[in-house]
Ligand binder design. Structure first.
Ligand code: NDP
Ligand SMILES: Nc1nc2c(ncn2[C@@H]2O[C@H](COP(=O)(O)O)[C@@H](O)[C@H]2O)c(=O)[nH]1
Length: 325
């Protein structure tokens, strides 16, 4: 198997077919809705909050609300009252089952439910998928996180409508160091490996450091890309603002960090400071423009055209050109 990652792959251009990049559509259909970008901010407490999720929904973006210290029933009700779609996260513990039951009892069916646990290739996820299918039929179920084709096949067979791939490539992740496991350092080739067997959409989760990494994720099989650090640290981001040597930063911490958990137990995440980088809307607009450029370099007019390009691997044992024959 070829092993590579975002920083040692480049995509190869094809003859341009547009007069202007504005002709290129970076939008994506996902779970029955069309979104402006194949990008979803990570469902983390320092990346999204209720107001950001509502803004994203009302402005044509996909979002997944986090599941920490949150009343999912109240959140779904608020989104519905605002005329927006609801997209929540759940875990696999008794409190998560209770929340699902309450939603069902009140007739509040979220359009999207993400089962979000560290080791998503698990019977606990299978049981939650079955429960969601029974109690909230019609919800689009995303399940993860996983990092192998076997896991993608199992989750799909258990009923997941999309899978989330990425164990440990995140910027505040320490899973690799703490456990010796994961896709950190080879996330892009793990995505390619998983996408070969997937029959439903994949969300590539973690490790995006540049806007161009979004196009690379699409090339190797992602339908959607989950982004944490690059979408944290904005003026409206929920993390606390910290001043260091006269410069402003926002905190960004892992969901499995002691900062999120409130205790030091099974910690697999850390806290960092992200320089404050303006408004979220401006970053998303720039991502869209950059993706439109990517599509034009691919010789296409739509996102799926990026899937057709050749690529090179720079340096290392797998270095070379890879042509689609
Ligand atoms: N993408 C990634 O690489 C990672 C992401 N995270 C994020 O951190 C957050 C917290 O995750 P998580 O700790 O799973 O959530 P929870 O604390 O809600 O735990 C979910 C359930 O899974 C169990 N569990 C957790 N890790 C493992 C494991 N390695 N093997 C077996 N069972 C496990 C827990 O039990 P118990 O605690 O008793 O073991 C619990 O029953 C999530 O948002 C998750 O996405 C965390 C780590 C890696
Ligand atoms: N191993 C851990 N992974 C975590 C934790 N909290 C979140 N995450 C994952 O990271 C991505 C975001 O990655 P980034 O590179 O874009 O910053 C997020 O979506 C989760 O999957 C954690 O505590 N430990």
């Amino acid at each position: 198997m070829e092993i590579f990652d975002y920083d040692n792959v480049l995509l190869l251009p094809r003859k341009c077919r547009v007069q202007s990049r504005s002709e290129c559509d970076a939008g994506i259909e996902f779970g029955g809705r069309k979104f402006r970008l194949p990008v979803v901010p990570a469902n983390m407490k320092t990346v999204v909050d209720e107001n950001i999720c509502l803004w994203l929904a009302q402005n044509g973006y996909f979002y997944v609300m986090h599941r920490f210290d949150l009343d999912n029933v109240r959140f779904v009700r608020r989104m519905k009252e605002a005329g927006a779609y609801a997209s929540i996260s759940v875990g696999v513990k008794p409190a998560d089952y209770e929340a699902v039951d309450k939603l069902a009892a009140e007739g509040l069916v979220p359009e999207y439910v993400t089962i979000d646990i560290a080791h998503g290739h698990a019977d606990t996820v299978k049981e939650m998928i079955f429960h969601l299918k029974a109690k909230l039929p019609g919800a689009f179920i995303i399940a993860g996180n996983v990092g192998t084709p076997e896991a993608v096949i199992d989750l799909e067979n258990w009923g997941a409508d999309a899978t989330k791939v990425g164990i440990g490539p995140g910027k505040v992740c320490i899973t690799r160091m703490k456990t010796g496991f994961g896709t950190g350092g080879w996330q892009l080739s793990a995505l390619k490996w998983c996408a070969r067997v997937a029959t439903k959409p994949i969300i590539a989760d973690g490790g995006i450091r540049e806007h161009g990494d979004i196009a690379k994720s699409i090339r190797f099989g992602a339908s959607m890309v989950m982004v944490g650090s690059m979408l944290a640290g904005h003026e409206e981001s929920p993390g606390a603002t910290v001043e260091v040597d006269g410069r402003l930063y926002k905190e960004y911490y892992g969901s499995a960090s002691d900062f999120n958990k409130g205790q030091y137990k099974h910690v697999e995440g850390k806290r960092i400071l992200e320089p404050v980088k303006g408004k979220l809307a401006d970053t998303l607009r720039e991502m869209e423009e950059d993706l439109q450029s990517s599509i034009s370099y691919a010789g296409g007019t739509k996102l799926a055209d990026v899937r057709k390009v050749n690529y090179v691997i720079l340096g290392g044992d797998n270095a070379g050109e890879h042509l689609l024959m």
